[in-house]
Design a protein. Structure first.
Length: 120
């Protein structure tokens, strides 16, 4: 059974909530990165650890944070694509891009930008 108007409205709200949440995370990461860069440019290394093991831990944490920000940026692109499908091609929203079958509402409620019926 195709999505009802109420379900589509609910999913649009979920997409917008997720978009706002992820945007805040990415902006926080970028803000943190830019404040670190300005501190480095000023030559102030007071917040940097002295021990080599601490430096390695900091580098690993920074790489993990960057990977998370990259993933969140990709999710934002998926959300924007889903909002576009919902607005401009509503017949394709909620349908598996591979099989054409309907994606269950429960899956869309969890992952409102899902493109397939099952994770691939």
């Amino acid at each position: 059974m195709p999505l009802t108007a109420a379900q589509r409205q609910h999913l649009e709200g979920r997409l917008r909530e997720e978009r706002a949440r992820l945007t805040a995370h990415v902006l926080a990461f970028l803000s943190n990165e830019s404040s670190d860069d300005s501190q480095d440019l000023a030559g102030d290394l007071s917040n940097r650890p002295i021990h080599q093991a601490d430096l390695g831990t900091d580098v690993a944490r920074e790489e993990l944070d960057a990977a998370i920000a990259t993933r969140r940026s990709a999710e934002l692109a998926e959300i924007d694509a889903a909002l576009g499908r919902l607005a401009f091609a509503p017949d394709t929203f909620g349908r598996d891009e591979v099989t054409g079958e309907e994606i269950p509402f429960a899956r869309l409620d969890l992952i409102p930008y899902a493109r397939t019926k099952v994770a691939r």
